[in-house]
Design a binder for this molecule. Structure first.
Ligand code: ATP
Ligand code: LTN
Length: 334
């Protein structure tokens, strides 16, 4: 880690598939930071245990996610990439921060309310405590910026609240992090329901596209994307959410600004714009898919890289954890 650079941190849960929503809203933004920031990224594999997982599938998906992140360009020479569960400091700090977090605050979290409504038979403590684990993730690394999609804003706000509360009592222990949201694409919508977020765990396979999906399937899903009863392309999020979502996807995947995409494609037929979007998505994802396929054949390299990532992360995390323990008055072993 270089001295003097500001630090960024983000994470993704190993659930479902990595979608182009995750890519545009989060990962693509992470890549932009690599050269200028100290960058740390995690697979948040403890967070998704709040929902019951099949152990065999979960283990495979964890490794596949790791390879997909590497394949997008998260070069282990330029950033720290690791599994949250490999660094015990995360769960330790979670306990300590729990003692500075109010139950009422957690019960008011939108995601907690949504997820408990959806999993009525498994409203476990982890679901309630999810934001505190996320706060621990971030605060352990003394992070300046957290690049995330807009759906995570409330969790970032509570992280800041917990950090400030702690600092008010014990002095400047934690850096107060700021959220960093993409200007375009902070929320990509489902291709089948353009008023709801494209989700990794959407049970409808046509709503989301994976970053390692095969080209025919990408083209098919975009062709079937829900639009509206008009015929011509116009950017109008309120009245034409489906078409507007396609334009945002096109902008992110082709690297053109949203303004220039709007300029160029207003008036196009739905059939034609869908072809343009499909082509841009396929072209952008092709090298990621190829690199992913190559990496998955080299499990030894993946495991070695995960181990190195965990060691580097733990070194930074343990420093903060030791400081927190000292501040709250725990007896230190020398
Ligand atoms: P799920 O829907 O299964 O809860 P998710 O798609 O929200 O999962 P996460 O692992 O929770 O995925 O999020 C990883 C990152 O991707 C977060 O920064 C989140 O804000 C971002 N993200 C997720 N979905 C979208 C989306 N549709 N558009 C933009 N960013 C997104
Ligand atoms: N809750 C986040 C994933 C996540 C995260 C983090 C993001 C876990 N820990 C720390 C940023 C920083 C989500 O995307 N659902």
């Amino acid at each position: 880690m270089e001295q003097g650079k500001k630090r960024i941190y983000s994470a993704i849960q190993p659930t479902g598939i990595i979608t182009i929503g995750n890519y545009i809203g989060a990962i693509n933004n992470w890549l932009k930071f690599l050269d200028d920031f100290d960058s740390i990224f995690a697979i948040a594999d403890l967070h998704s245990l709040t929902v019951r997982q099949n152990p065999t599938e979960y283990r495979q998906r964890g490794l596949s996610f790791f390879a997909q992140l590497l394949a997008t360009g998260l070069d282990p020479e330029k950033c720290v990439l690791y599994f949250q569960s490999h660094v015990p400091a995360h769960t330790e700090l979670t306990w300590l921060l729990n003692c500075f977090t109010y139950v009422g605050e957690m019960q008011r979290m939108t995601q907690f309310k949504d997820k408990s409504a959806k999993n009525e038979d498994n409203i476990n403590m982890g679901l309630l405590d999810y934001p505190v684990l996320m706060a621990a993730d971030i605060l352990l690394y003394q992070v300046h910026y957290v690049p995330i999609g807009i759906d995570q804003k409330q969790h970032l706000e509570i992280t800041r609240d917990i950090a400030m509360r702690f600092n008010n009592i014990y002095g400047d222990v934690f850096t107060i992090p700021e959220g960093f949201y993409p200007k375009v694409g902070a929320k990509i919508f489902s291709l089948q329901d353009p008023t709801s977020k494209m989700s990794k765990s959407d049970p409808d396979p046509n709503g989301a596209i994976s970053i390692i999906e095969d080209p025919d399937s990408i083209a098919r899903k975009i062709k079937r994307a829900v639009t509206d009863s008009e015929r011509e392309v116009r950017y109008d999020v309120e009245n034409k959410p489906g078409v507007s979502n396609l334009l945002v996807i096109l902008s992110a995947m082709s690297g053109q600004s949203l303004e220039s995409v709007i300029d160029k494609y207003t008036g196009y037929s739905y059939k034609d714009i869908k072809e343009v979007v499909a082509e841009a998505v396929i072209e952008h994802l092709a090298p990621i898919r190829a690199e992913y396929t190559r990496l998955m054949k080299d499990k030894a390299y993946l495991m070695e890289t995960a181990k190195e990532g965990a060691l580097k992360a733990a070194y930074i995390a343990n420093k903060t954890l030791r400081k927190v323990k000292r501040k709250v008055g725990l007896v230190e072993l020398k």
